[in-house]
Ligand binder design. Structure first.
Ligand code: NAD
Ligand code: IPM
Ligand code: MN
Length: 345
């Protein structure tokens, strides 16, 4: 059956890396007999320009009816004073689709080991995943900005915490059987509840080890002992910060994909980084984060394991050949990198 993929290219480098991701998808599809259509929709700043709103009704309707959604990136300095910012469109989309489980894998390609700013012995064996709660917490609490005071509310219910912790345990079962639950239990009430729920859920997974960590020391250990981790689960804001920090291990945000899942609707796949306004339009962005998001889509939404593997192998081979974009210290352009990956499929 033909699969309907809705694409949201967005802003900055978004359209460039989306085109690269779709080129790779088009190249791999015949090899795995994957039949699909692409419906491109306005989103983010581009949608503010075209339709006056970062998440137009037509975009939301199409996203809800899709089999999967690919998103590149949104945002940019030109929208900083917009009545509704592009980022609000992204948060609304996540909330409307119920995308509470954001999966951000951290793996280091063989070819990138010598490019990491960390010592080879530190990054040896790094293979973990950050499971970030995506539709709750301080992101979705009340925000009040007054002239001389401001307030953001951080709310979590038992059920919201329970469902994301369960996802982490299920993932750990299929991997290294260890969950690191990250909180700030020494200060925050939401974190105290988080820890109680994690302990409760752990009772149903006796085969998986649960460890608790405070977010400040975890931020340090992620860099000094990154191979200690298997599944890291945490609330929305901590997950945002820790996942960008984890990109230091491979050496660039430009290779970091993600998947966001709901209970029953379409999943969304996007790089973890933003629209990179500093390099937008220069043709030098690294498309690998988008290309690996396409691989995650094939595997997780369409069960096309072989297709995902073809893409991941081609990316690895291309990097081993020394084809590197500027963020990795190389000189390859976005289109040279994309062409090399396609040639290696
Ligand atoms: P950013 O992630 O866009 O960029 C941070 C740094 O990483 C920049 O130097 C950029 O050039 C580099 N970088 C990011 N992706 C790269 C790639 N594929 N190849 C090479 N280099 C890459 O973060 P920022 O500059 O703080 O934010 C810019 C805008 O993006 C803001 O408006 C922010 O809100 C938005 N944002 C959007 C998303 C999203 O769409 N999901 C995620 C994060 C930030
Ligand atoms: C991300 C981004 C978003 C977030 C922003 C753009 C709202 O940083 O996807 O990590 O904070 O979730
Ligand atoms: Mn982020």
């Amino acid at each position: 059956m033909t699969k309907k993929i809705v694409t949201l290219a967005g802003d900055g480098i978004g359209p460039e890396i989306m085109a690269a991701g779709l080129e790779v998808l088009a190249a791999v599809a015949p090899k795995i007999k994957f039949d699909y259509t692409v419906e491109a929709k306005h989103f983010g700043g581009a949608a503010i320009d075209a339709a006056g709103h970062p998440l137009p009704e037509k975009t939301l309707t199409a996203a809800k009816a899709a089999d999967a959604i690919l998103l590149a990136a949104i945002g940019g300095p030109q929208y900083n004073d917009a009545a509704i910012r592009p980022e609000q469109g992204l948060l609304a989309l996540r909330q409307e689709l119920g995308l509470f489980a954001n999966i951000r894998p951290v793996q280091i390609f063989e070819a990138l080991k010598h490019l990491s700013p960390l010592k080879p012995e530190i990054i040896e064996g790094v293979d973990f995943v950050v499971v970030r709660e995506l539709t709750g917490g301080i992101y979705f609490g009340e925000h009040t900005l007054k002239e001389r005071s401001a307030r953001d509310v951080n709310d979590y219910s038992y059920e919201e915490i329970e469902r994301i912790i369960k996802i982490a345990f299920e993932m750990a079962r299929g991997r290294g059987k260890k969950v690191t639950s990250v909180d700030k239990q020494n200060v925050l009430a939401t974190s105290k509840l988080w820890r109680i729920v994690a302990d409760d859920v752990a009772k149903s997974y006796p085969d998986v080890i649960l460890e608790h960590a405070l977010v400040d020391s975890l931020a340090m250990k992620m860099i000094t002992n990154p191979s200690d981790f298997d599944v890291i689960v945490t609330e929305n804001l901590f997950g945002d910060i820790l996942s960008d920090e984890s990109s230091v291990l491979p050496g660039t945000l430009g290779v970091m994909p993600s998947a966001s899942h709901s209970d029953n609707g379409p999943s969304l796949y996007e790089p973890i980084h933003g629209s990179a306004p500093d390099i937008a339009g220069l043709g030098i962005a690294n498309p690998i984060s988008m290309i690996l998001s396409v691989a995650m889509m094939l595997r997780e939404s369409f069960n096309e394991t072989a297709g995902a593997q073809y893409i991941e192998n081609a990316v690895n081979k291309t990097l081993l050949e020394g084809v590197l974009t500027k963020d990795l210290g190389g000189t390859a352009s976005l289109s040279e990198m994309t062409a090399a990956i396609i040639a290696n499929l």
